[in-house]
Design a protein around this ligand. Structure first.
Ligand code: NAP
Length: 316
């Protein structure tokens, strides 16, 4: 059984992979080229791909009889893999749900707080040695405690964000999802996205990417938001129409945005980079040693089950 891991991993994950499998680890950190993806399907039994490896229907069509039988994705989001096309060729796909939940919710709170309280702007001011000193009306931001937050996508991460907002910041939680949830804290289900957007101070996105949610946040949703409201996106860049977001920010339709993901990442539009009321992170959602190691183990647990002929723990 030949395994290919498409990026360097944490030391713990690389050590386990080397101990348990006949593994090759690609030493570069960039996404796979199309040629590399074709070779992956032809030459390995199992591949551990990740974000940016665009296993599209076109790529699968180039390898009608693949050696590969499992894509054990490193990450919970798998919108970069055409799962139907994989399945049609007998290739299973797994992901790493749960391992990422708390870390990603923490980054959502980082963005929410940072944007509301102008932390990035303040930090830039201090670093530039331009701070003139404290005064009663210096850099007034948006209060967070007790405000209304709207979560779009009340799944694992959405609920972890909602818990932080409710229990940590005394916020009123409202949410939109395909279905209402049974929760052990108060949260208002507002199935209409425009109505949710119009009723909150913070709108936080936690839906999966993919065709179904592409541009879910469009000009109409941004227009529905309050001019004092802030948008936070830790989901996938494509969920937001980035051009519409830039227009809404430039027109003052919304007060700010906190973004971990971008429509065409790693490209981040100059217009966003120039705005002080926007917090920009380089897709840091799961970026801690413990979490990346946990994700790696989860991906390898799926490989182990596959090799042993057992049910896959995390099929998608
Ligand atoms: P999850 O548990 O599957 O939750 C997704 C939620 O989105 C579910 O509540 C689902 O609703 C809802 N949803 C799906 N399609 C929708 C639609 N069209 N309209 C409204 N709601 C919809 O997934 P998760 O573990 O929370 O992860 C969510 C996403 O976060 C991942 O897919 C990934 O793309 C992203 N993510 C980002 C980072 C980062 O580094 N920034 C890290 C991890 C994950 P129902 O429950 O009603 O079906």
């Amino acid at each position: 059984m030949k395994l290919w891991i498409t990026r360097p991993m944490t030391l713990a994950v690389e050590a386990r992979a080397a101990a348990e499998f006949d593994v090759e680890i690609r030493p570069t950190t960039t996404p796979l080229s199309e040629d590399e993806m074709v070779r992956a399907l032809q030459e390995y039994d199992v591949v551990v791909p990740t974000l940016g490896d665009l296993f599209s229907a076109d790529v699968f069509a180039k390898v009608p009889e693949p050696r590969c039988k499992l894509l054990a994705n490193f990450g919970v989001g798998y919108n970069h893999i055409d799962v139907e096309a994989a399945r049609a060729l007998g290739i299973a796909v797994t992901n790493t749900p749960g391992a990422v939940t708390d870390a990603t919710a923490d980054i959502a709170m980082t963005l929410l707080l940072s944007t509301a309280r102008r932390a990035g702007e303040g930090e830039r001011l201090v670093r530039a040695d331009n701070w003139q000193g404290w005064h009663p009306t210096q850099m007034l931001g948006h209060h967070v405690t007790g405000k209304r937050v709207g979560i779009v996508g009340m799944g694992r991460i959405g609920q972890a964000i909602a818990r932080r907002c409710h229990f940590g910041f005394g916020m009123h939680v409202a949410y939109q999802s395909r279905s209402a949830k049974q929760l052990d804290f108060e949260a208002e289900y507002i199935p209409d996205l425009l109505a949710l957007a119009a009723s909150v101070d913070f709108l936080v996105l936690a839906v999966p990417g993919g065709a179904e949610t592409r541009h879910l946040i469009n000009a109409a949703v941004l227009e529905a938001m309050n001019s004092s409201a802030i948008l936070v996106n830790i989901a996938r860049g494509e969920v937001v129409d980035e051009t519409a977001l830039i227009s809404a920010l430039q027109a003052g339709q919304i007060a700010g945005a906190g973004l971990d993901v971008y429509e065409f990442e790693p490209a981040v539009p100059k217009a966003l980079r120039e705005m002080q009321n926007v917090t920009l992170l380089p897709h840091l959602g799961t970026a801690t040693e413990e979490v990346r190691t946990g994700m790696g183990h989860m991906a390898l647990d799926n490989v182990t089950a596959f090799v042993a002929g057992r049910d896959l723990p995390n099929p998608v």
